[in-house]
Design a protein around this ligand. Structure first.
Ligand code: SF4
Length: 367
């Protein structure tokens, strides 16, 4: 039986971080109930299917409160066939009073937390406009463990203003000391239409070479601390790889609810516009074409350290998959000679250095 992922976007934040391009609005208590009801109605109207992951992303899903998260999870469980061992993740930000909230959502069945730590360095947190301190992160992790969470992921940002290898090393060691099971380490990207974009020149950002150095350094240090890289930006202790996001990278299906949520379902890609009012008033999703073809599977699979195997392409696409793998193996040779990619038997995968140039390498391989 094919099991899919379910994504629920909670588009509320306490305020907007100056680098952030995710769809989120300043939290408005009066909209929380209306939004929860809108999600419940969309879930009830959705086609039924089997799911093995549920992901509450944002925004800051914890702002919805424990009771509403429990209601949404109950709506998901009532409507979909959710596996007993499903991974159920929720994103939260340190700094909020999370003790009671964690207890309630753990009881409701959430079993994985993703906490927006970003850095263990107070100056870096301030430069990023974050509303929490390093001590808040420690308190959030302790509260999560007390509530019974056995799977905690921490987010880190790389190449933030004034970051050095030494400060990054301390942030990574802090993740390990807090007992994180998984670390997502994203290079800061300066997105258009953000305050950071408008004042990029005054931000003391590392140049591209320095950013690349910080990324390679982070991958090494995370490895040293027991976190194996399994995707461009994701590192985990053995057995703690994020199963929900693996659906995305393995080109498997998922259904998203909420403004800005994307879906790949029954072979089609579609998304809801970044518009809360439209979602609340029943606005439809926008068609984004077909999904899941051979080229897309290669493009996404090369984000993973497992890469692309001949067997996987064969089992999904038959003879056409096998032939494509052989062509890919030939085209990949020059990148393998320059150390950006490895070809091991019937598997092709990018190296950590290759991940840094993944867009260019994958673009050339697929052109
Ligand atoms: S808390 Fe997260 S989603 Fe909200 S504004 Fe900050 S970075 Fe964006």
């Amino acid at each position: 039986m094919t099991e899919r992922g379910i994504y629920l976007h909670i588009p509320f934040c306490r305020g907007k971080c100056p680098y952030c391009d995710f769809y989120s609005l300043r939290a408005d208590a009066s909209q929380m109930e209306e939004y929860t009801r809108a999600l419940e109605a969309r879930i009830a109207a959705s086609p039924r299917f089997a799911a093995d992951t549920v992901y509450f992303g944002g925004g800051t899903p914890s702002l919805l409160g424990g009771e509403r998260i429990a209601r949404l999870l109950s709506a998901v469980r009532t409507h979909f066939d959710v596996a007993k061992d499903a991974e159920i993740t929720l994103e939260a930000n340190p700094g909020d009073d999370l003790e009671a909230f964690f207890g309630r959502i753990r009881e409701a069945g959430v079993n994985r937390l993703s906490l927006g730590m970003q850095s263990a360095n107070e100056a870096e947190l301030r430069a990023l406009g974050r509303r929490h301190t390093q001590a808040d992160t420690a308190r959030a992790v302790e509260a999560a463990r007390r509530a019974g969470f056995r799977n905690i992921s921490l987010d880190l940002m790389l190449a933030v203003p004034n970051q050095t290898k030494e400060s990054l090393r301390r942030s990574i060691e802090r993740c390990a000391a807090l007992g994180a099971d998984h670390v997502s380490a994203y290079l800061l990207k300066i997105e258009e239409n953000t305050p950071f974009y408008r004042r990029a020149a005054s931000l003391s950002l590392p140049c591209d070479d320095e950013a690349a150095d910080l990324y390679l350094f982070a991958a090494d240090e995370l490895g040293r601390c027991g976190y194996s890289q399994y995707e461009i930006s994701n590192f985990a202790k053995k057995g703690f790889e994020g199963r929900h996001n693996l659906h995305y990278w393995r080109d498997e299906e998922y259904l998203g609810f909420g403004p800005a949520a994307h879906s790949f379902f029954l072979g089609k890609r579609f998304f809801y516009p970044r518009d809360l009012a439209s979602f609340l008033s029943g606005g439809a999703a926008v068609d984004d074409g077909e999904g899941g073809d051979l080229e897309e599977t290669i493009l996404l699979g090369l984000r993973l350290t497992e890469g692309i195997s001949k067997e996987r392409l064969r089992s999904r696409f038959g003879k056409a998959g096998e032939e494509r793998f052989e062509r890919l193996r030939k085209d990949a040779l020059p990148f393998s000679k320059s150390g950006l990619l490895s070809i091991e038997g019937e598997r092709i995968f990018l190296t950590t250095r290759g991940f840094l140039l993944s867009n260019a390498v994958i673009g050339k391989l697929l052109s």
